[in-house]
Design a protein around this ligand. Structure first.
Ligand SMILES: *[C@@H]1O[C@H](CO)[C@@H](O)[C@H](O)[C@H]1NC(C)=O
Length: 179
């Protein structure tokens, strides 16, 4: 092999090595923030699954950025639940006795989505208030469960929706309780 092509091979080998080393280190950093958040929640794997719905989560490099992303995911999830409740209200097969509870829970999910979104905006400058807003979102979910109990209506899909949003309260709490 003559000298110029050997030089080329050497530099190619080095670039390749650099790429490998770089991607290995960023892969390590990649999952780090998700891991950091989820390890303090009770259910690690469902926390990871919840955060992985947004491809930005794995790439987050700071606790703040994963926090904002997590709270945005939570807001979207609460909004999705509100839409789900809306569909139940529209559904002609839904029991009429469920409707008043569904209506009030729809408002609860709406408020919860708003609180999560507000928390995501506050996180970078006021984590304490963001944490308070996550608790307000939690209160909305409890209010929904309570209205079901008070009206003596058992609505299993609504209970399930509440628990799905509650999973995001746990994550939201984990990302807002360091200040
Ligand atoms: C909301 O989040 C829960 C918990 O991560 C998940 O099981 C559910 O599929 C999500 N719902 C939507 C509509 O994204």
């Amino acid at each position: 092999m003559d000298s110029p092509s050997r030089k080329l091979m050497t530099s190619l080998a080095f670039s390749l090595l650099a790429v490998v080393v770089f991607s290995a280190s960023s892969a390590g950093a990649e999952f780090e923030q998700v891991h950091d958040v989820c390890r303090v929640t009770k259910d690690y794997s469902s926390c990871v699954a919840a955060l992985n719905v947004d491809p930005r989560a794995a790439k987050a490099t700071t606790f703040h950025s994963i926090g904002e992303i997590a709270l945005q995911i939570a807001a979207k999830n609460a909004t999705a639940s509100r839409k789900y409740v809306d569909q139940m209200i529209m559904d002609p097969n839904t029991k009429p006795s469920w409707k008043p509870v569904l209506e009030s829970c729809k408002a609860n999910f709406d408020m919860a989505a708003w609180q999560f979104l507000t928390a995501s905006r506050e996180l970078s400058f006021d984590a304490m208030t963001a944490n308070y807003d996550v608790r307000m979102a939690s209160d909305e979910i409890y209010a929904c469960l309570r209205s079901m109990r008070d009206s003596k209506q058992d609505i299993p899909p609504l209970v399930a929706a509440c628990y799905r949003v509650k999973a995001h309260v746990t994550i939201g709490d984990a990302v807002t309780n360091r200040w």
